[in-house]
Design a protein around this ligand. Structure first.
Ligand code: NAD
Length: 394
């Protein structure tokens, strides 16, 4: 059986799904790895490094797509707005695709993927259970994005982060506000603290307070009832527009006093709550920076423009999506380990075991035999919530 890695097709995507150091993990599973020449180049991995670890190099993308039984992707094969169909054209029924397939995003793309007949696994749908932690791509990529958000903001800000007492006078530290203290937010807090900023953070999950404080940041006191904010799997629950409006009003003063605001507040399967109004942005000093990591699901700031960096009254608002791709070497290493762990669970004795009794396999299976089968996604697409018969899926 062959696991194939073709170069990513999404514009600006620099990561690669498998890196040389995980090849031996895969060959121990009894599979061969075939990598398109140059696929790891943008992330810093040469073809020679792959071959040294036992992978074969294919001269062309088509060679990989034809030979692979399993395609390891970072982003969906059709994740290219200009050539999406071309990315899907060579896929065939029975082939397996594993990657970040944006299952709750572009519904047409999900249907198009189903139409190819591939069995695709969307890693965003991994259940948050202990056994799946080593496969958790959302956490690994959020870690990189949280770090990058702080470094990017440092580069854009017209001030320095740390307190400096010099012969030329005292420079006061920058103030960073982090909204949403999940995986990305906590990494942003840790990074901003290391650089010497004064950091304040807020999260609706009461459990986040202790984590924020353990990193040396202050937990913002907002008069909000958040007793029911934590739902299944440790994720935040949607709290309604009135709650978010009130939260935004309470946070406006904190926003005004911050040089950098990093927002990561997200609710799985829903649009990100709008927590920073246009007025709150206008209350910030000129030269301040907002990095909106929730941009992909609409953004936490009312003015965010997804995928773009804009300036409003001297405040820079960064709406980058997939920020982890800007640190492609480490992001790919972490991603590849996640994928190798996922394949380790999927492959038994050198063959794919589509065991739907396994929660990890069942929950992540997005499309199979021409249909969208993931229950959460079928609901979002307005299809009957009942899954297609199991017999059809074996
Ligand atoms: P996420 O990306 O869905 O959301 C980011 C953060 O935004 C969360 O902490 C959420 O509580 C917060 N948020 C939502 N609405 C908000 C609002 N109105 N104001 C402020 N903050 C708001 O979540 P995530 O970072 O992927 O993880 C969330 C939790 O899940 C964390 O506790 C994390 O440690 C946990 N987790 C568990 C596992 C596991 O395997 N058990 C794996 C990864 C993460």
């Amino acid at each position: 059986m062959i696991v194939g890695v073709a170069a990513e097709s999404a514009p600006g995507e620099q990561r690669v799904a498998l890196v040389p150091s995980v090849i031996s993990t895969l060959t121990k599973l009894g599979v061969d790895v075939l990598v398109e020449a140059g696929a790891g180049g943008a992330a810093g991995f040469s073809d020679a490094e792959y071959t040294e670890q036992g992978a074969r190099i294919a001269a062309s993308r088509d060679e990989v797509l034809e030979a692979a039984d399993i395609l390891a992707r970072v982003r969906a094969p059709g994740a290219d707005p200009d050539h999406g169909d071309a990315g899907l054209a060579k896929l065939r029924s029975g082939q397996i695709v594993v990657g970040l397939l944006d299952p709750l995003g572009d519904t047409d793309a999900v249907q198009a993927l189903a139409g190819t007949g591939v069995s695709s696994f969307a890693l965003e749908l991994l259940p948050r259970i202990t056994r799946a932690q080593a496969m958790d791509v959302l956490s690994s990529q959020a870690t990189v994005a949280g770090y990058k958000a702080v470094v990017k903001a440092a580069d854009m800000l017209n001030r320095m982060y740390p307190l400096m007492m010099t012969a030329a006078g005292t420079i006061t530290p920058a103030h960073v506000l982090v909204v949403g203290a999940g995986v990305a937010g906590l990494q942003a807090i840790a990074t901003a603290r290391r650089l010497g900023a004064v950091v304040e953070a807020y999260d609706v999950r009461p459990a986040a307070r202790e984590q924020v404080e353990s990193l040396g940041a202050r937990f913002a006191e907002l008069e909000l009832d958040t007793a029911d904010a934590e739902g299944a799997g440790g994720y935040a629950e949607a709290l309604g527009d009135d709650f978010y409006r009130r939260q935004g009003e309470l946070m406006a003063k904190l926003v005004a006093g911050s040089d950098i605001v990093i927002t990561t507040a997200a609710v799985p399967g829903a649009r990100a709550p709008v927590l920073i109004s246009a007025d709150a942005v206008r209350g910030m000093r000129a030269g301040s920076v907002i990095i909106d990591l929730a941009a992909e699901t609409g953004g936490n700031c009312e003015l965010t423009s997804t995928g773009e960096t804009i300036e409003v009254d001297g405040v820079t608002i960064v709406g980058s999506v997939h920020l982890a791709t800007e640190i492609p070497y480490d992001a790919s290493q972490m991603y590849a380990r996640n994928v190798a762990a996922f394949l380790g669970n999927l492959i038994e004795d050198g063959a794919v075991n589509l065991n739907l009794e396994d929660e990890i396999i069942r929950e992540t299976l997005l499309t199979h035999a021409g249909e969208v089968v993931a229950v959460r996604v079928r609901g979002a697409l307005g299809l009957t919530t009942a899954e297609p018969a199991t017999e059809e899926r074996e």
